[in-house]
Write a protein that binds this ligand. Structure first.
Ligand SMILES: [Zn+2]
Length: 349
């Protein structure tokens, strides 16, 4: 058996961070670009198993801190697509240990179902021949990756909503939410966007995603959810998009690791309460919702793109936090679709 993280989107990418301790057992030391324990939730490796129909794999993931291992006691196994199997691990101090059967061939093992730069480019590519979605390259990053803005073609309407994802590179849920929304439109179910113009930036920091980072846009780069550093090319380009669109509303998809709660932040408490009620009616009441009104986890005011838009154009903003545990790709996509439909309902009714 062979394990590697040395590929686009891998973590850890350094060969010495994966140590073989037997024919089927390995110790892995995941990498964090700034060692911020609150964001150290990235593990993306590929295992090649060529010996039998299934083979038992033993893994010890050494995270170098104990505090957040309760949020890292699972792994998803699968490949690009819908089917990810969630394996549970046992916490042993600063490490989490796993033992499970692995099928023949190549399998991705990830803390959150993988969605890498290539998956994102494929999604953008799928919109190419759509008459409902137009595309514009916002910028190329310092490492020459593409940051795309997609838009629905409703220029006649005067309600502009911007959807963003992957401000934090490890948080793949947002990518699946956005993919679900785009598929809804590509499949012709466009009734829900009739009264709005939707703008989407599906991947805010592709360099961070490709380099296997947790929080920052690149090694030594910015926290896109908070940065106002116009000296950074990516931040500056994204602020220019805000100046161009002047969105009425920004919805920013994140995925924290608290397994049993969704999170909502920055909108008015009563409005978020109505949002939750409607989401629960659509079948998303499987876990509690935290509505951030008392400085729980985040400051009361948004920063970064959302803060800039709010200060400059009185843009309303909401961050959603949708954890993976207990959800599959289909559910995450439908959560994304229902989130946007509920948002549009509340903004237009
Ligand atoms: Zn985040």
């Amino acid at each position: 058996m062979h394990i590697t993280g040395s590929f686009d989107g891998g973590n850890p990418q350094e060969v010495q961070s994966i140590v073989s301790t037997g024919p089927d057992s390995f110790v892995i030391y995941p990498f964090s670009e700034d060692e911020d324990p609150g964001y150290k939730f990235r593990l993306d490796v590929k295992v090649l198993q060529e010996e039998a129909a299934t083979q038992r794999l033993k893994l010890r993931i050494h995270w170098k801190d104990e505090l957040y291992n309760k949020y890292r006691n699972h792994l998803f196994a699968g490949n690009t697509g819908l089917d990810w199997i969630c394996h549970s691990g046992i916490i042993d101090g600063e490490a989490v240990c796993f033992e499970f059967e692995l099928p023949l061939g190549e399998t991705h093992l990830t803390l959150n179902p993988k969605y890498d730069y290539e998956d994102y480019l494929n999604l953008v590519q799928r919109t190419e021949h759509s008459s409902d979605i137009s595309r514009k390259l916002i910028t190329k990053t310092d490492e020459d990756r593409e940051v795309w803005l997609l838009a629905t073609d409703n220029a006649g309407t005067d309600l502009r909503i911007l959807l963003t994802a992957r401000a934090h590179p490890y948080e793949t849920a947002g990518s699946y939410c956005i993919e679900g929304i785009l598929e809804e439109i590509l499949d012709g179910r466009t009734e829900f966007i009739r009264d709005v113009q939707l703008f989407l930036i599906p991947m805010l920091c592709p360099d961070g995603v490709s380099n296997g980072l947790c929080k920052l846009s690149s090694v030594g780069g910015e926290d896109i959810a908070r940065s106002h550093n116009r000296g950074d090319r990516l931040v500056s380009s994204l602020f220019s998009v805000i100046d161009e669109i002047k969105p009425h509303f920004i919805l920013d998809f994140h995925n924290w690791m608290l397994p049993d709660r969704n999170g909502l932040f920055y909108e008015r408490p009563g409005w978020m309460r109505r949002f939750v009620r409607l989401m629960n009616q659509k079948g998303h009441g499987d876990r509690d919702w935290i509505r951030g009104v008392n400085k729980i986890f985040f400051s009361r005011q948004p920063a970064g793109l959302k803060g800039y838009a709010k200060d400059r154009y009185a843009t309303r903003c909401m961050t959603v936090e949708y954890p993976w545990l207990g959800r599959d790709v289909r559910q995450m996509k439908s959560l994304g679709i229902d989130t946007v439909k509920t948002l549009i309902h509340l903004l237009t009714k």
